[in-house]
Design a protein around this ligand. Sequence first.
Ligand code: HEC
Ligand code: HEC
Ligand code: HEC
Ligand code: HEC
Length: 164
Amino acid sequence: MKLRIIFLAAISAGILLTAFSTGEEVERPMPAYVGATKCKICHLEIFNSWADTPHRKALSSLQGEEAGDPRCLECHTTGFGTGGYAADAGIVDLAGVQCEACHGAGSLYSLSSIMIKPDLCNQAGLVAPDSLTCMRCHNARSPTFKGFAYKVGLLTGTHSRKCN
Ligand code: HEC
Ligand code: HEC
Ligand code: HEC
Ligand code: HEC
């Protein structure tokens, strides 16, 4: 596991370096968060099954002042600290752990002309989530953490498969 993380870190560092060294040519606009209601337009079944998971209601689990505490918002909202929740000043609803918390900010990939082409999706920032995606939040920094089982979590914590 440790090796895998180091490996991934090395790859990301490589990508960053490449991006910097060839700055002008590869510069792309930063994707913005669009909110789950945008994804719902085309992925209704998935949206509905996701809306039944605790992720949808993650912000309302925070009581009183916690709901404004950056230390909690990082994991209980979508894109906090990376241009999402709060930074968007409430223009779109990014409460809870929405699609883009796992799949990446969607303004560039969520166009139908891009979505139907996996290569273009990836270039536009679509993330294929894996266990590391989950462990950004499901880790011992969570005050309630009692461990995390990826395969079980996939079934109960994400959404239905192969129907949009
Ligand atoms: C305009 C319609 C449309 C919108 C809006 C849209 N999608 Fe899609 N999406 C599609 C279509 C069509 C496909 C390709 C067929 C399929 O897998 O459903 C797709 C595929 C996907 C895939 C699978 C890609 C792959 O390589 O297998 C993911 C993940 C995805 N969408 C996530 C999202 C998320 C997250 C949002 C919101 C930020 C979103 N989509 C918004 C139409 C849309
Ligand atoms: C942005 C942070 C974040 C990411 C990424 C995330 N989760 Fe969660 N998850 C949460 C929070 C916060 C809760 C608690 C929601 C509540 O009850 O308020 C939660 C709750 C859950 C639960 C229900 C409670 C539990 O622990 O059994 C499951 C299952 C789950 N997540 C699975 C996943 C899986 C699988 C992934 C990755 C594919 C994932 N999560 C990615 C933040 C995240
Ligand atoms: C590193 C990510 C992370 C941070 C930071 C975080 N949480 Fe969570 N929180 C989670 C996850 C993931 C869950 C699901 C249960 C678990 O594995 O801890 C959760 C669950 C919860 C729950 C629901 C527990 C239940 O099962 O009913 C509450 C309440 C909660 N968190 C409060 C807070 C508060 C308050 C803070 C800030 C002081 C906070 N969390 C900070 C990730 C986080
Ligand atoms: C907690 C993380 C998480 C959230 C939130 C999430 N997804 Fe996913 N999604 C995944 C994972 C993990 C996979 C890959 C599943 C697999 O390997 O079987 C996936 C796969 C997909 C796929 C492709 C597979 C298929 O069934 O067609 C689509 C489309 C998709 N997600 C759309 C969405 C949309 C739309 C939302 C919001 C309504 C959303 N996802 C929310 C984790 C998440």
